[in-house]
Ligand binder design. Structure first.
Ligand code: RB5
Length: 152
């Protein structure tokens, strides 16, 4: 499985730790930056990773910032992206089972690194439930995207 990963300056350490874990687990990882602690803008990196997911160049995307909030909002602006911000493994499981999330967001200032690693593994190993009610709701999200596009 191929994974895209991105962060802002507030989550570089976690990104490096998660990349090392994923490579060790046999995943192919595409790192979309950023690389240092110099202040950057999270939308640039969230967008870059989301486009890889949207274009099918990676199977899933993982984004990180101080809280995970700004970078998840940015990723969710890209058509076809369902990015779930998770603080624990229950959220990670449910965002796959119920929302068929194709991206995960976590925060370096809000969640411990061991919990983040468990969240990432849960997210990557949990399939979508395929239950009719969840499929219908995801279709509604897609309809909203299409409707909003036609308004512009
Ligand atoms: C950057 O200072 C910080 O705002 C960012 O990492 C994130 O927490 C935003 O949601």
């Amino acid at each position: 499985m191929k994974i895209g990963i991105a962060c802002d300056h507030g989550a570089v350490e976690y990104k490096q730790e998660v990349i090392a874990m994923l490579v060790n687990e046999g995943y192919e990882v595409i790192d979309c930056g950023c690389d240092g602690t110099k202040s950057v803008d999270y939308p640039d990196y969230g967008y870059r990773c989301a486009k890889l997911v949207q274009q099918g160049e990676v199977d899933k995307g993982i984004v990180m910032c101080g809280t995970g909030i700004g970078i998840s909002i940015s990723a969710n602006k890209v058509k076809g992206i369902r990015c779930g911000l998770c603080f624990n493994t229950t959220m990670a499981r449910l965002t796959r089972e119920h929302n068929d999330a194709n991206m995960l967001a976590v925060g370096q200032r809000t969640t411990g690194i061991e919990v983040v690693k468990d969240i990432v593994n849960t997210f990557l190993n949990t399939p979508f439930s395929e239950e009719e009610r969840h499929v219908k709701r995801i279709e509604k999200i897609t309809e909203i995207e299409t409707e909003e596009e036609s308004v512009l």
